[in-house]
Design a protein around this ligand. Structure first.
Ligand SMILES: [Zn+2]
Length: 520
């Protein structure tokens, strides 16, 4: 007699399934075969969840049985084979075709009419049971989502903590995910080079492999990192209770970068003004080139004939930087005055907080009105989802603004200090800094470098532009002996911009927050 197949199915939804582990099923089948003097030639094993049936081995086994590969099959219990009635019908077909189907736990003889009736009955109960289980699981998932808990495997950068608890930040991978967002936001790296960079920095997938471009794109598109759960298939969104990794403003900016697919060009040479000079003729970035030892920045659009020498650009940039350099004494005076004025920051902060609280209250009302409208049937599902997403994003943004307003005193202060530090160190360190430090200085201070044919125009960004004009208006030249009104003016400008920059861009790093760096 030909040997038998054995079929095992384990489910990860274990409720009410004691005695059904892989090993227990295996043991039961082995001893059943021994008792009945049957030999087993091949084992088939399926693993599945209640919500989803993955039954590749079952189908393979059916095909092999149809080809006559065995006398029959030994299965632990009917409910192992008949999670749905379609599968049960396939088993019935096999029995009718003369194959011997055995169950270790039920003495059902599928060759007799009575046995078939019993088998049908047991199969219907099993199918009913699994449908119920599936509903329960779905209900459980929705319940979790409504509580703001993501009920599936944690996205990279987070760790699972068991079903009922929010995802925890993965201390190893989260910094790399943040790096991914921040680096991509600069617009100077492609996903391709980011893939390598993050791998070198230690980012690995769950099975220890390189995290590929498509995965990185998924990460950059996933609002989970800003605290919002989105179910991709249904488009539904839920406010998550897990701690966000990424500010909403950074996330939004990246979405537009991804939409435009800009900044994906490969960097070959590292020139000081790489991708910083735009062509006045066509708007493209000039490309740095080395020609006989001299660096040129050239527009690749031939019609423009724009090509400027590196030293010309540098001279032009320096002519704008020089008037705004401050001496040590000057920065000290400004610092002292700033401390006296710091009290006024507090008033502004309280005002901001009140305004944000009002807006948050308003969003809460709108959310509940929207839900009512949806339940009444006034709004369809798609529109509801879209509006809800917008409101949740707005809410997220406001909450982040509130947090940064609370920290605003030290942060405004930090931006202020950074401006001041830049002004102080400009004259000392611009010439001695290395290429990337100089690049950073120029990016921090200029907003626009434009070239037309052989000419360059440099514009400073706020507040340096205003400081420059204050310096030039006073005495029209590159001189250091400042009139008395100059320093108070600088102080005011710095404070105004520090507060504005802090209010607009509640971010880790103000250099990253600046829109210029994303286009640079
Ligand atoms: Zn051009």
């Amino acid at each position: 007699m030909k040997p038998y197949f054995a079929y095992i199915r384990v489910s990860t939804a274990r409720q009410g399934e004691q005695g059904s582990s892989l090993q227990e099923q295996r043991d039961a089948i082995s001893s059943f075969a021994l008792r009945n003097k049957l030999s087993i030639s091949l084992w088939f094993e399926d693993r599945e969840t209640a919500a989803k049936s993955g039954r590749r081995e079952f189908s393979r086994m059916l095909a092999a049985l149809k080809r006559g590969g065995a006398s029959g099959v030994i299965i632990h219990k009917i409910d192992r084979s008949a999670r749905n009635l379609k599968d049960w019908a396939s088993i019935q077909d096999l029995a009718e075709a003369g194959l011997d189907i055995r169950f270790t736990q039920e003495s059902v003889n599928l060759r007799s009419n009575e046995g078939r009736l019993t088998g049908d009955f047991l199969a219907v109960i099993a199918a009913h049971y699994i449908r119920n289980l599936r509903d329960e699981v779905k209900k459980g998932l929705r319940g979790r989502l409504k509580q703001g808990i993501y009920p599936f495997a944690a996205p990279i950068g987070y760790l699972d903590q068991g079903g009922g608890r929010p995802k925890r930040i993965d201390p190893l991978r989260a910094p790399l995910v943040i790096q991914c967002f921040e680096r991509y936001a600069t617009g100077t790296v492609s996903l391709r080079s980011l893939e390598r960079e993050l791998f070198d920095a230690g980012l690995r997938s769950k099975n220890g492999k390189m995290v590929r471009i498509n995965r990185l794109a998924d990460i950059l598109r996933n609002p989970f990192y800003t605290g919002i759960i989105r179910i991709k298939r249904s488009g539904e969104v839920f406010g998550g209770v897990h701690e966000p990794l990424i500010q909403q403003s950074l996330f939004n900016r990246i979405q537009s970068v991804l939409d435009r697919k800009t900044g994906a060009k490969k960097i070959v040479h590292d020139f000081l003004f790489r991708r910083m000079i735009s062509c006045a003729g066509c708007g493209h970035s000039l490309i740095g080139e080395l020609q006989k030892g001299t660096v040129y920045y050239r527009c690749h659009n031939r019609a423009c004939a724009t090509s400027v020498r590196h030293d010309k650009v540098e001279r032009e940039v320096w002519s704008h930087l020089f008037p705004i350099c401050l001496s040590r004494e000057e920065t000290e005076q400004i610092e002292q005055a700033a401390q006296q004025m710091e009290a006024s920051f507090k008033g502004i902060q309280a005002k901001q907080l009140r305004a944000i609280a009002l807006k948050l209250e308003n969003i809460k009302h709108r959310l509940s009105r929207l839900t009512d409208a949806f339940l009444e049937g006034d709004v369809d599902h798609a529109l509801f989802g879209e509006k809800k997403l917008n409101l949740l994003q707005e809410q997220q943004l406001l909450e982040q603004q509130r947090n940064s307003a609370i920290e605003s005193q030290p942060t405004s202060r930090a931006i202020f200090d950074k401006y001041l530090e830049l002004l102080k160190t400009l004259s000392l360190s611009y010439q001695s800094a290395n290429l990337s430090e100089r690049r950073e200085m120029v990016i921090s201070i200029t907003s626009n470098i434009k070239a037309h044919r052989k000419n360059v125009v440099v514009e400073l960004r706020s507040p340096f532009r205003e400081i420059e004009s204050a310096a030039l208006v006073q005495h029209g030249g590159l001189r250091r002996d400042r009139p008395r009104t100059f320093l108070p003016k600088v102080l005011k400008l710095l404070q105004k911009h520090a507060i504005a920059a802090n209010g607009n861009t509640p971010m880790r790093s103000s250099a990253q927050a600046d829109p210029k760096s994303s286009d640079a």
